[in-house]
Design a protein around this ligand. Structure first.
Ligand SMILES: [Mg+2]
Length: 323
């Protein structure tokens, strides 16, 4: 029996990507030259893009559904960081020939799972073949009431610094396969590895902080490096009390056993938690996500980390990324 001929580009798009547009009327079933997108009256569009390259941003052995979900989630996290609500996304996939129907089906299934979880849909995109590594790019669109986007440059001396969720899990999770965390029990190692592969964008928290947060971003480069982006943009300095940085039980066990891992927790990236400053009261829980005060904005420049007695600590390698 002859082998079935590989699907052409249009068939592949029809089979795997068109179902992802089911809840996006502006996608026009992918039949036209472009998609239509109408923000609510009185709102601004918020646009963000991320590219992922195999062996740079993800490992060749990472499952395609998780790669897809992470790509969508990091973009949703950027929208949340601006206080925006997601509207939809467009995507380009450049795939080597070895990515066959199974790869594409798993990739699309990952997107379908997260579209349902975060109530977004595909609006359009492009698919090409490449002789190089898998290369993906996703552009997400969101909306905020005009003028209400939360930027990085609004922190003022006297503000409190807050962070959602827990810090360090993603960067520690990246270390899990290297053996450096073999002292942890299996459950903790699995938790950390999962947090690296599948970040939790704080899509409901970001919009809830409009009118509360003075400056905000999502922690992708590392807590200290990203706080440095806020202080630099705002012309201020910040002090972090290391003992107040919220840790998961797994990350807590890691630094208790090997205090050198504090550098990874504070300087590593891939947290995708929201880091913001505010001067008024902030609820300890927003949309089911804990919010913790970890320090304050002060006059000057730079970011300092203090121990329990207020002494400055040195933290190596802030803002490292990739592997
Ligand atoms: Mg960001």
């Amino acid at each position: 029996m002859p082998e079935p001929a590989p699907l052409g580009e249009f068939d592949r798009i029809r089979r795997h990507f068109r179902p992802l547009t089911a809840n996006s009327p502006g996608a026009l079933d992918l039949t036209d030259d472009a998609a239509l997108l109408a923000p609510s009256a009185g709102h601004e569009l918020v646009v963000t893009v991320d590219a992922l390259v195999e062996s740079v941003h993800f490992r060749p052995e990472d499952p395609p559904d998780l790669v897809a979900r992470k790509m969508l989630r990091v973009n949703l996290s950027d929208l949340a960081a601006m206080g925006a609500r997601p509207l939809g996304y467009v995507m380009t996939t450049a795939l080597p020939l070895r990515c066959g129907e199974d790869w594409l089906a798993a990739f699309a299934a990952g997107l379908a799972t997260d579209q349902a979880e975060f109530a977004v849909g595909l609006l359009g995109g492009d698919s090409v073949a490449t002789p190089g590594p898998i290369t993906l790019s996703l552009t997400a669109f969101g909306e905020v009431p005009a003028g209400a986007a939360i930027r990085r440059n609004g922190a003022r001396a006297g503000d409190t610094v807050f962070v959602t969720g827990t810090i360090g899990d993603g960067a520690l999770g990246l270390l899990a396969p290297t053996g450096r965390l073999d002292f942890l029990d299996e459950e903790h190692r699995r938790f950390l590895a999962d947090r690296y592969l599948l970040p939790r964008p704080r899509c409901a928290v970001g919009p809830a902080l409009r009118g509360i947060a003075h400056a905000m971003l999502d922690v992708s480069d590392g807590l200290l490096g990203d706080l440095g982006h806020i202080t630099e943009g705002s012309g201020a300095a910040a002090e972090i009390d290391r003992d107040r940085v919220p840790l998961s039980p797994a990350a807590g066990a890691a630094v208790a056993h090997d205090p050198a891992l504090w550098d990874v927790v504070l300087g590593g990236g891939d947290d995708y938690e929201l880091l913001f400053t505010a001067s008024g009261p902030v609820p300890p829980m927003i949309a089911g996500v804990p919010v913790t005060s970890i320090g304050r904005v002060v006059a000057g420049s730079g970011v300092r980390v203090l121990d329990g007695s207020g002494r400055s600590l040195t933290v190596a390698a802030s803002g490292y990324r990739h592997f």
